[in-house]
Design a protein around this ligand. Structure first.
Ligand SMILES: [Zn+2]
Length: 276
């Protein structure tokens, strides 16, 4: 029933024109001025043809950003595959950085409030997390090599995803951070038969303990890696890979990121422990 008189690329492109300030449909307007918000635009402005944001925090306006922040947090933590689909369509680095900032503030507020963390760790862990984000972004960028023809956009995408992945910081504030140390992992692999306990410079239980805390830490680690894995798989699929291939490459990718995080935690976190 729909009028499909024009199937050409121009019509499709024109149909996608939307005001980037207020989302008003600008298709077919006689003058280049948004009737809703008054924005004067150039018809060739690429921002008009960008897909609309689908991440709750990026879609919401004004005070609605506050509940949208909670919805985004739940989507990242509980439904990473939905977040990945949304992020692949469009993700805003600005919003992602604000999201990271809020998660860090909540993390820092929880430590003193609930007395769950040693005071030095309240400083060390956020710095370690920032180092992990800085280190993992170029690695994810390389793993997503089919999109490296647009290096700037791809790097921004992976930095934004890494920032949204920091959603897990909020639960870490309550349960303690999952400490992954490359030295412990190596010692555990080489000396698993001896049954010797592996010490942590953080003096907290680690992923290699066998108690309930370690289980919680593993759960947090898996939730964090699931966000990155879902985004890797979605990007591979958008680059033309089959779903099984995309999932296999995403799994290999997150294992690499996990190892990288263990190196950063030992190297940066361990250095800060020694220094403070
Ligand atoms: Zn407008």
């Amino acid at each position: 029933m729909s009028a499909t008189g024009g199937m050409g690329g121009d019509v499709t492109a024109a149909a996608a024109l939307r005001c980037y300030r207020c989302k008003y449909d600008l298709t077919g307007l006689p003058e280049p001025r948004c009737p809703e918000c008054g924005l004067v635009f150039e018809r060739s402005d690429p921002r008009l043809a960008r897909p609309m944001p689908t991440i709750a925090l990026e879609k919401a306006r004004g005070w609605r950003k506050i509940p949208a922040l909670g919805r985004t947090w739940i989507t990242v933590i509980c439904f990473p595959w939905i977040f990945a689909r949304q992020a692949v369509k469009r993700v805003s680095l600005g919003h992602a950085l604000i999201f990271l900032g809020i998660c860090l503030v909540l993390l820092l507020a929880q430590g003193p409030l609930f007395h769950v963390w040693p005071s030095d760790l309240v400083v060390i862990w956020p710095l370690t997390v920032l180092a992990q984000i800085v280190a993992q972004t170029p690695v994810l960028f390389v793993l997503d090599w089919r999109h490296t023809r647009e290096p700037s956009a791809s790097l921004r995408f992976w930095l934004a995803v890494s920032c949204y992945g920091s959603a897990i910081l909020v639960t870490e504030g309550l349960c303690g951070p999952p400490i992954i140390l490359v030295g412990e992992l190596l010692r555990a692999v080489t000396a698993s038969a001896t049954g010797k306990p592996v010490g942590s410079p953080f003096r907290l239980s680690t992923l290699l303990d066998t108690d309930r805390t370690a289980l919680v830490h593993w759960a947090q680690t898996v939730l964090w890696l699931a966000v990155l894995g879902a985004c890797l798989a979605a990007r591979h699929r958008s680059a033309g890979f089959s779903s099984p291939a995309a999932r296999a490459m995403a799994l290999a990718g997150v294992l690499l990121v996990f190892l990288l995080a263990s190196v950063i935690t030992e190297w940066v976190g361990g250095s800060l422990v020694a220094w403070l």
